[in-house]
Design a protein around this ligand. Structure first.
Ligand code: UD1
Length: 376
């Protein structure tokens, strides 16, 4: 089987790595296309190096632009690659513009699509990622879900059950693989950054960082909280572009640093007293690590991190932020409750399903969603 993986933005790389490895051990022919949606070395190259992902076979170098420009450029540059390379299946990851662009191209030229991390829904169509998720899932031929809510959402949207496979959380595969290395990395970071107890912040969602009336009160609040707990804030390029001057006016206890590589960021997530974020993946990683996570969003497409994990949705309620911030500081870490199938074996399960489908050994009929216990 010839499998072509499409990746493009930072959160794709840690999802593609374990699937690529698992398919590689089964001897499949694999190709990697990097769309270039993320192109700074600290947003892209460092992840290839750290995660041991091979160099892309094709780089589309699309760069930045409006959503329409970025999506359209990926589509027009990807189409000839797919026509020339003729993969049996294209695997797309997550919910970024590269994901939906690749799914659209494949569906029009009749190439099978596998969507890894299917079925997640925030039910908020003002998020570009929600649109990407909805469209990609409608177009995909094989849908790999991280948790049972994903199966339920897809069934509700009329996706045939035989296309849906509950395989677990692919990001956790990479986390499990690299966790043994992070204490060593942390020891170096402690010295380099002179940190003791600290909080960790990431903010990049357009809904948080694009408007002055939302971002500035948020920044003031975080700046003020940093007097109680020093904070590290690796700043996403989007946030840096919008607010470079304003960020310099914060207290020294709110420290802006460049985006970090995978290992360094994982080390900080593991050892942080609190993580404050608007990222999707970080809600999942903190749940696995047992680190309190306060999410500055009104909703989440990852509700299992709230029902089972350490995540609390704060929205833009600064009273609620303070309440949970001080509670987390005083009560330390919650007991870890890891959702089912977040076990480091998701890539293997995906590779196994694809291999069996390719060999036509036997039809693979997943159990109905109702037969799989919902986590309480
Ligand atoms: C994208 C994804 C989001 C994901 C996030 C992780 C979509 C719709 N959004 O958001 O789901 O959580 O990546 O980072 O696909 N830029 C650089 N250097 C880079 C990349 C971007 O300077 O390497 C700048 C560009 O000027 C760009 C801005 O950051 O305009 C935003 O990048 P973009 O890829 O459009 O979206 P993200 O906000 O990163």
């Amino acid at each position: 089987m010839r499998v072509l993986h499409v990746v493009g933005a930072r959160p794709n790389f840690m999802k593609a790595a374990p699937v690529h490895r698992a398919l590689g051990t089964r001897g499949h022919d694999q190709l990697l296309v990097h769309t270039g949606q993320h192109y700074d070395a600290r947003m892209s190259e460092i992840f290839f190096q750290e995660l041991g992902i091979p160099d892309p076979d094709e780089s589309l170098n699309v760069g930045s632009g409006s959503h329409a420009q970025q999506t359209a450029t990926i589509m027009s540059r990807l189409e000839p690659v797919l026509l020339a390379r003729q993969p049996d299946i294209v695997l797309v990851y997550g919910d970024v513009n590269s994901t939906v662009a690749a799914a659209l191209v494949c569906s029009k030229i009749g190439i099978r699509i596998g969507h890894v991390e299917a079925g997640l829904r925030s039910f908020d169509r003002s998020m570009p990622e929600e649109i990407n998720r909805l469209i990609t899932d409608q177009l995909a031929d094989v849908l790999f879900t991280p948790s049972i809510d994903g199966n339920e959402n897809l069934c509700r949207e009329g996706i045939p059950n035989e296309r849906i496979f509950l395989v677990g959380n692919i990001m956790i595969d990479t986390l499990v693989r690299f966790l043994p290395k992070v204490d060593e990395v942390y020891a170096r970071l402690r010295t380099d950054l002179s940190i003791g107890s600290f909080g960790l912040i990431t903010l990049h969602r357009p809904s948080n960082v694009d408007s002055e009336s939302t971002f500035l009160p948020m920044l003031e609040e975080l700046d003020s909280l940093s007097e109680s707990l020093p904070m590290l804030f690796p700043v996403h390029p989007r946030t840096r572009q919008n607010w470079s001057e304003r960020l310099k006016e914060c207290r020294p206890t709110l420290r802006m640093i460049d985006p970090l590589g995978y290992l360094e960021f994982l080390a900080l997530q593991k050892h942080a007293a609190i993580v404050i974020t608007d990222s999707g993946g970080i809600q999942e990683e903190t749940t696995f690590l047992g680190t309190p996570c306060l999410t500055l969003r009104e909703n989440t497409e990852r509700p299992i991190t709230v029902s089972m994990g350490t995540n609390v949705l704060i929205g833009h309620d600064w009273g609620l932020l303070r309440k949970h911030f001080y509670e987390a500081l005083n009560h330390k870490k919650k007991a870890i409750c890891v959702p089912p199938l977040w076990d480091g074996q998701t890539g293997e399960r995906i590779a196994e399903i694809l291999t069996r489908q390719a060999s036509h050994d036997e039809p693979i009929v997943p159990p109905p969603a109702s037969a799989i216990h919902s986590p309480q």
